[in-house]
Design a protein around this ligand. Structure first.
Ligand code: SIN
Ligand code: FE2
Length: 217
């Protein structure tokens, strides 16, 4: 009921601790900044389009992906890795937009991880039904660098577990403008996203975007 009463009202920023080393910065991105990020996403995607990558096991990922920055995360039959070449566009990934770098720096500092300088940004697009199963982000070289994860558009249920796949994850609803930052003792926590529920969002239409900033090398 309260969800309906407050739907559409701007939410004030607040900070929630998920676990030691992991924070949820609610409403960290306001609507004006979100619109600027969305415009920058569109530019990146015009150069390096979204695509459904294959897992090493041969499954097509339900989330469509692209990247910007010096390195992009890719998966295919040869495995998970970072590379500077976009295998679809057959050229380097687009540069990290200024608005992306500024947000990543602000969010990581707000979460207590000063000096984070991401060289990779994965762009995930979830359409209704798309999901991300529990996984660890572990293709990066320096595990002292945090992860900054930004939600735009339709809400999603985010799962944040422990260091073992079998640890029961906490579930939290992420809305447009929410940012999750994890590092330190939580850097290798398992996390994932439940199948996206259908809906319509003024910023993105029938989908959710997620930006994941990382230091790859
Ligand atoms: C990811 O772990 O790559 C995506 C997380 C999210 O979509 O919130
Ligand atoms: Fe991840």
């Amino acid at each position: 009921m309260t969800g309906d009463l407050f739907a559409g009202l701007p939410r004030g920023p607040s900070v929630e601790t998920i676990t030691e080393g992991a924070l949820l910065l609610r409403a960290f991105v306001d609507e004006e900044e979100a619109a600027a990020l969305m415009a920058a996403i569109d530019k990146v995607l015009a150069a390096s389009p979204l695509r459904h990558m294959q897992t090493p096991g041969g499954f097509r990922m339900s989330v469509a992906m692209s990247n910007c920055g010096q390195f992009g995360w890719v998966t295919d039959r040869r495995g998970y890795r970072y590379q500077s070449l976009d295998p679809l566009a057959e050229r380097d990934w687009p540069a990290m937009p200024e608005a992306f770098a500024a947000l990543a720096a602000r969010a990581s500092a707000a979460a207590g991880f000063a000096g984070f300088d991401p060289d990779a940004c994965l762009i995930n697009r979830y359409e209704p039904g798309a999901r991300m199963s529990l996984h660890q982000d572990k293709n990066e070289l320096d595990m002292d660098q945090p992860i900054v994860s930004v939600s735009l558009g339709l809400p999603a249920t985010f799962l944040f577990g422990g260091m073992a796949r079998t640890d029961k994850p906490q579930r939290m609803r992420l809305e447009s403008g929410d940012v999750v930052v994890w590092g330190g003792p939580a850097r290798l926590a398992f996390h994932g996203v439940d199948p996206l529920r259908d809906g319509e969002h003024p910023l993105t239409g029938r989908c959710r975007y997620n930006l994941t900033f990382r230091r790859a090398r």
